[in-house]
Each structure stands twice: as structure tokens, then as C-alpha cells.
Design a protein around this ligand. Sequence first.
Ligand code: SF4
Ligand code: SF4
Length: 331
Amino acid sequence: MPSQCASTFIPFEKKLKTPLTKQKITVLQINLGKRCNQTCNHCHVEASPQRREEISPEVCEQLITLIQQFPQIKVVDLTGGAPEMLYGFKALVEIARKKEKQVIVRSNLTIYFETGFTDIPEFCAQNQVKIVASLPCYLADNVDKMRGQGVYQKSIQALQWLNRLSYSHDTNLVLDLVYNPPIPEGENFSLTPDQKSLEQDYKIYLKKQFNIQFNHLLTITNLPIGRTRFFLENRRLYQSYLQFLAANFNDHTLEHLMCRQELSIDHLGNIYDCDFNQMENLAAKQSNGQSLTVEDLLNAGTLDLIDEIRTAPFCYGCTAGSGSSCGGALL
Ligand code: SF4
Ligand code: SF4
């Protein structure tokens, strides 16, 4: 960090007037593993086709029991890697829908064209799965630069496919898109653009060019972890980016942070406060300091064993400006 920044950087926990406390758990975000058919340069999971980590049959069974036993779980949010290609995907969708939970699948869209996964769009539509799909820009060059050559074209075809299945036309078939800003290449940092106005730009462009419709655009800030951190460090921008996020801290975001009501679960069944903490190996802690697994929750008969959320400098990414979460801007 440049010396003028080092002296003014305030650790995230010092910014909080009171510790960040957990509320009643209503959301399970399950990371099924790190394998993905893509290798995006902004991926905080550092996923790729070479990764082998994925959920085991034992952990999958425990998760099915958890979903069945706790009516307080309203949302089951499946992520990865590419969740559709990982063990347990269909079983978890089906059991969660049977128990009338909302199911969210975070899809890269290109998986629909891979051998063995071409039935996924129909499967999602039949189960009324909400699809949250990455499309970090509505222009081809920017998407292909971040996510790989040809990804934009396939994403467009996938969105048209989902529209043909009535996604975004039928109120039970919700299709949201995710915008990630480009990773900064110099110190001209900017906050994530206004979600509503960018949504309008996306809607007008995609409708006019490709006759595509979707429900909402979610703007998600790049947190300086995973490949984003690596990229920033390579350009000696990591500390100044953190400093920029910290300078834009907005305490109105705190009550809306996604970590307050969610449990994030990894492919081994370990519990975290959010997917970012999971990627940074910052396990959630009970008040006695012990970490937790899905098995512990089943044995205890409660999901509400965590009092305080574990925070880190990258939490400034969720609390800058209008805030950021897996559900988009917070304010
Ligand atoms: S950002 Fe998503 S699609 Fe890209 S490599 Fe990571 S998990 Fe895969
Ligand atoms: S990274 Fe964001 S969601 Fe995770 S603990 Fe920090 S503030 Fe909460």
C-alpha cells in the first residue's frame, strides 16, 4: 500500500459500531464444487474444467435432510463452479422444490451446450428454478475478454432458449442477469453503476438486437479475492483498490448484507457466513469459537448457532456505495 494510504486504512471491523450479528437463517447457499466448463479471469472461486472438488454423496444426503427438516429455509441457492455439472444438482433442486423452497441456480449459460447437460434448461423450467445468469456486459467484446472467446455468442443463444421456455414471460420462471464491472487496470476505480439505469440499458439493447427479455439485472462488485486479487496484485493495485472501497463505505448497507441471514456451505459440508468467506477459508464460528458442519446442524436440531459474522478487509466490497451481494445492489 502506498504510505499515504497505509496510514489511513481502517480495518473493516473498526468501521462497525457494533459487531455484525447473524439473524434467523432463511437462505442456504450451497457451493457444489469448483469444476466449471469456463475459466473466467474474474472468478473468485478460481474454477476451471481441471478442478476436481465436488460434493460427495454423503454430504448431499445430509443437505437433503437439512432442507427437509427446516421449514425456516425459504431459499436454496446453488452455486459452484458450474452447479449444473456437479454431483447432487438435480436431487437438491427436486427436494427443495418439493418442500416449496425457492431454488436459485447461478448459471454460466454456456453449460447448456456441453455434452450431457443439454436437458438443463428444460429441467430448470419444469422445476420453476430461478436462473441467475452471468452476463457481465451486454457487448460481446467485454464478455469474451472476461469469460473466454465465444462465451457471449453462446450466452445469447442460451438466453433465447430460456425465453422460448417462457423464462421472464411466465411469472414463475424468473431470469435475472448479473453484471460484474471489468477488473480495474489502473487507479481510475469507479463504483458499480446504478443498477436500475444499467438494467434499462441491458433491456433495450438485448431486446433490440436479439429479442431477449429478462427480469432483473443484479450488479455485483468484484471483491478483491481469488483471481481478482491475483490480477490486482499483479498490477500492484490490490491495496489501492481496497482503499478505494473503504473510502466509499456506506453503513446503511449493513442491515441488508446477505451474510446476515444465510449459511454458505462448501462441498465438504463446512459452514461459512458467505461464499466469499468460503473461498478465503474463513469458517463461520459459534459463540464458543467452534466451526460447524452440516452434520453439526443436524445433530443440534437448529440452524441458528452463529452469533457473530466473521469479517475481513474484502467486506468493504459489499458495503461500498449502494452495496453488493449475490442478489445485486443492497440499496
Ligand atoms: S465465474 Fe462462474 S463461469 Fe466463470 S469460471 Fe467462475 S464459476 Fe465458472
Ligand atoms: S464478504 Fe460480504 S457477505 Fe461476506 S461476510 Fe463480508 S460483508 Fe458479509
